[in-house]
Design a protein around this ligand. Structure first.
Ligand code: ADP
Ligand code: ADP
Ligand code: MG
Length: 666
């Protein structure tokens, strides 16, 4: 067995690999860039080697630097994680030449599958069902148009070297082809340094279902069932689950067998994933094969009990697979939520900065429920522009789908991240969505169900009353503590009253409390009575309540006269006043906010790559104004209403900070 493994990656996946290596008694080496000096993966590894400045092309994907780190530490094998060099056949080749084991598939398989055009051909030849389209490279806008018309609209324009949902555009008609072809090529060349394009039929309302395969160096293969990854935004997975609520045993078996025959066709070993797109009639078509460990591998581990990283290491060491196909089962149901540093309320734009608070739910497994949180960040750490904005992969497991959803809802409700904005509120909204809960999902789910973007969940009147009641109780408690600390009054209880007016969502509720130790009986507008108990104390940012027999968790931040609340996808300010304060408050003028509606502000630090309008242009609601590149993604900023462009403050190539003015409307 290997003595020392170098992990050619960073973040959560580096931490994940280190864990399994440790469990096998193998020493680990981390590599890190200037930006990652204090990272979790560096702390967890036995040794760490500095490999260069923050940009990945000067550090994490510089093969020479990594080879140097291997030599320096005497590592005998390398695990590449996902992304970075994981599917770089050149890297695997260089390792082979240096006599170092690559913990992954053979070079030839990476080469064959690393390219969407080439892999589709092989899949087709080995009897795997592929998406109808053109089996070759598209070499000009004219060629693109010709092929698109032949296939029939809509079509999917894709980067052959693509990955991570990048370099992909749908064209609904002839006009869309030219635009899609160009932007697909641009993104492909800036993200992958390879601008070859393919075109295939766009399958409407499909599901993305993929098969995990595992092979050893002795020709043995198993498929570890499927993962459903239909919840995507911009073709990038957000929530995954295993098994799929859509597959029956027959389809599962057919997909599994095709996946294994493709793996066999390229003499595969190690872990790999064959991705399929599945239409509403359960016809499935090969999309691509990822020759590496997949981001969402934990859900497979949770339902099969197989530690994929451990098996990758064992296979690389020449060991045989520990199980046969008959021994692969499905135990329970698992979900993964990708927690991203992004602002769902601002069109999911990346959020960058220091994490001032990081308090994830506690991991556990009691045999009927489990929480697993794969993370690479820590409190005080920074989310930088250089790397993927994923903060954590929050996974839950239960005996059935419904309970796994319930465990996830609760876990999301107690996950606290501050300093940067995360998508937790959005994830909560999805897990609360009736369609999602029923398993009726397609890759269009987010775009269809959140067509106007995400502006927060609107809760029922009853929920709003419950939130207001809890906050009023908290406010009263804080007031008591305050008067006690200031010591102004020995008998504080007489000073802080029990009748309050809570203002929430523009409505005012009369809330009367009848307190007892650790709780209150509450009356809202003199009507129904509820009992609330809580162990919350002022200063805690997570408040947990038992209210009318149900549990409720609020993330809370004090504001003057109340609290800013986050609850299951909603953000609310709850102001709590006494009758007297309310009366005085009515004489106060509301503060006016400065009018910024005339400006388009840059929502994140980034680089202007293109400006789509000129001074004097009249623009419509939704019209693209400019493109900003940040975190390796092109973000198109669109007009949020009709208007005329008065002036433009930037040019392509301008590097902007957050909230810097891009252009002004008349
Ligand atoms: P990547 O390498 O970026 O993961 P994939 O080819 O796997 O690219 O596609 C990513 C996602 O894009 C899929 O999960 C699916 O949602 C969507 N997609 C890709 N090809 C098609 C297609 N032909 N029809 C419909 N959706 C597609
Ligand atoms: P005591 O004054 O009896 O020692 P505490 O200081 O714990 O009680 O609480 C003071 C008041 O605050 C009590 O009336 C109680 O009903 C209320 N209270 C106690 N715990 C909470 C809580 N977690 N949230 C809101 N109110 C609370
Ligand atoms: Mg894919």
């Amino acid at each position: 067995m290997f003595e020392k493994i170098l992990i050619a990656n960073r973040g959560e996946i580096a931490c994940r690999v280190i864990k399994s290596a440790k469990s096998l008694g193998i020493k680990t080496v981390a590599i890190y860039s200037e930006a990652d000096k204090k990272s979790l993966h560096v702390q967890m590894a036995d040794e760490a080697v500095f490999i260069g400045p923050p940009p990945v092309n000067q550090s994490y994907i510089l093969i020479d630097n990594i080879l140097e780190a291997i030599a320096k530490t005497g590592s005998d094998a390398v695990h590449p994680g996902y992304g970075f060099l994981s599917e770089n056949s050149q890297f695997a080749k260089r390792l082979e030449e240096a006599g170092i084991t690559f913990i992954g598939p053979p070079v030839k398989a990476i080469e064959a599958m690393g390219d969407k055009i080439a892999s589709k051909k092989i899949a087709h030849e080995s009897g795997v069902s592929t998406v109808p389209g053109y089996l070759g490279e598209i070499n000009s806008p004219e060629h693109a148009l010709e092929i698109a018309c032949e296939i029939g609209f809509p079509v999917m324009i894709k980067a052959s070297a693509g990955g991570g949902g990048k370099g992909m555009r749908i064209a609904w008609d002839k006009e869309g082809v030219a635009e899609g072809y160009q932007s697909s090529r641009n993104e492909a060349s800036s993200s992958f340094g390879d601008d070859r394009i393919l075109i295939e039929k766009f399958i409407t309302s499909p599901r993305h279902i993929e098969i995990q395969v595992l092979g050893d160096k002795h020709g043995n293969f198993v498929y570890l069932n499927e993962r459903e990854c239909s919840i995507q935004r911009r073709n990038q997975k957000v929530i995954e689950e295993a098994p799929s609520p859509f597959l029956n045993q027959n389809t599962r078996k057919a997909m599994g067998n095709q996946a294994v025959s493709l793996a066999k066709a390229v003499d595969y070993f190690s872990a790999g994933t064959v991705e399929f797109i599945v239409d509403s009639d359960r016809n499935f078509y090969f999309l691509e094969m990822n020759t590496r460990l997949q981001v969402e591998h934990p859900v497979t581990e949770l339902i099969t009990g197989v530690d994929l990283v451990k098996e990758m290491i064992n296979v690389a060491d020449g060991k045989k697979l520990p199980l046969t196909q008959e021994q692969v089962g499905i135990d329970g149901w698992a979900f993964e939520s990708r927690v991203y540093a992004e602002d769902p309320r601002r069109n999911f734009l990346p959020s960058i900065g220091r994490i001032t608070k990081y308090s994830p739910p506690t991991e556990f497994n009691d045999g009927s429920n489990a929480i697993r949180n794969d993370t690479g960040v820590f409190e005080g750490g920074e989310i930088s522009v250089h790397y993927d904005p994923m903060i954590a992969k929050l996974c839950t497991w239960s005996t059935d789908r419904k309970s796994a959803i319930e465990t996830m809802r609760k876990a999301l409700g107690t996950f606290e991240i501050e300093g940067i904005t995360s998508n937790i509120s959005f994830l909560s909204a999805v897990f609360d969505h009736p369609k999602f809960k029923s398993g009726d999902i397609t890759t269009g789910f987010i775009e269809e169900e959140f067509a106007e973007g995400f502006s927060g969940v609107e809760h029922s009147e009853e929920t709003i009353e419950r939130i207001a009641s809890c906050v009023t109780m908290m406010h009263r408690f804080s007031e008591i503590r305050r008067t006690r600390i200031s010591g102004r009054l020995a008998n504080h209880m007489r000073k802080v009253g029990n009748d309050w007016i809570a203002r929430i969502n523009q409505t005012e509720l009369n809330i009367s409390l009848d307190p007892f130790k650790n709780g209150c009986r509450v009356k809202v507008n003199n009507a129904k009575e509820l009992t609330i108990t809580s162990a919350w104390t002022p200063g805690k940012t997570l408040a947990e309540f038992e209210i009318g027999g149900d549990q409720m968790q609020l993330r809370v931040k004090p504001i003057s006269e109340g609290y800013h609340i986050e609850y299951r996808g909603a953000e609310l300010d709850v102001l709590v006043r006494t009758g007297r304060q309310q009366e005085l408050g009515s004489y106060m003028k509301e503060k006016e906010l400065p009018d910024t509606s005339k400006y388009l502000l840059c929502p994140m630090p980034g680089l202007i790559t293109e400006i789509h309008v000129s001074v004097g242009d009249k623009v419509e609601d939704g019209q693209p104004l400019c493109t900003v590149e940040a975190m390796k993604m092109e973000n198109v900023l669109k007009a949020s209403r009709k208007g005329t462009i008065k002036s433009i403050a930037v040019t392509p190539g301008s590097s902007l900070t957050v909230d810097q003015v891009i252009l002004e409307f008349e």
